[in-house]
Design a protein around this ligand. Sequence first.
Ligand code: SF4
Length: 362
Amino acid sequence: MMTTRQVDVTTHSRISELGQRVLSGGKLSREDALFLFNLETTADIFDLLSWANRIREQNKGNKIHLCSIVNAKAGNCSENCSFCAQSSFYQTGSPKYGFVDPEPMMEAATEAGDNKVTALGIVAAWKGLNEGPLLDEVCDRIRELKAGGKVRPDASLGLIKDQKVAVRLKEAGLECYGHNLESSRNFFGNHCTTHTYEDRVQTIKYLKNAGIKICSGGIIGMGESREDRCDLAFELKEIGASVVPINILNPIKGTPFENYPQLPPMEILKTIACFRFILPRQEIMIAGGRTINLRDMQSMIFTAGASALMVGNYLTTLNQPVEKDLQMLKDLGLDPEWDHNFEDQENTWQPIELKTAEAVSA
Ligand code: SF4
């Protein structure tokens, strides 16, 4: 027997009202956003996606920002992030090596440039970066990649505890630094206890004071509530993240999260759409875990409001081939050739508590 369901047009009207508000430059309250995060029916979630798609199109047209990463130092990390294959706390069989030579990085940059990728993130599995020979080496790599002209060199090098380190990175030519908040302030202690949420926020403040753009997002599917996801989106708005990567947990054997159930694809798409409503002008990037969690529904991330995509393999897991991603974009009428420069984004953060970059350099 066919089952029918009464469609609730009150919910439809409220989604439309919130969509129109965002399109005309208005903002969502936390209560409005939670209403969206708590939508349940497929009919309501598709309504939400259609508005998120309009908001993306109004702010980004048909442009999609592509990023890749190169794992510049792998494994043996001193931190205990429960989702991570590279933590020294867990036996995962993930590769381990020290900071790489210039050649593999230049090769990664050439490959990324050939695949229409705008930015290549230099990523290192360690707690953080201090002044010293390693910082010198990192700055050399940034300069070399910049001079090579194939891609914009970005970096994700962990915690920074000194304003001078951020200034050195800026002077080497770094434009954007990846540093995820990972989850809400409330949930953070559930996946990491070797450093704090505040440590991460402080790192972002140093970087922003040095004039570096921030790529910061999180991981969903770690057992957090919808309220936690909502809080994360507002916290990312507050710290002024320019690019917001949404990773979906890919449970790695050997980590404490290895047996976590996968999030349903509609829950993932709804979360992406809610982030688009809260951060209408920032890049919402879908990163790790998309292939394994979304499977045939991957192309719907753009309908849900995503404007950026991590392509190529992730740090410890495989992605679908770049050619397949490029074909997916072409089929959707989306264009990855974008001289992405952050100018269309909202800047919600003002340097307040710390010395300016100029003051530190002086
Ligand atoms: S997420 Fe980063 S800091 Fe945490 S264990 Fe992995 S490499 Fe280390």
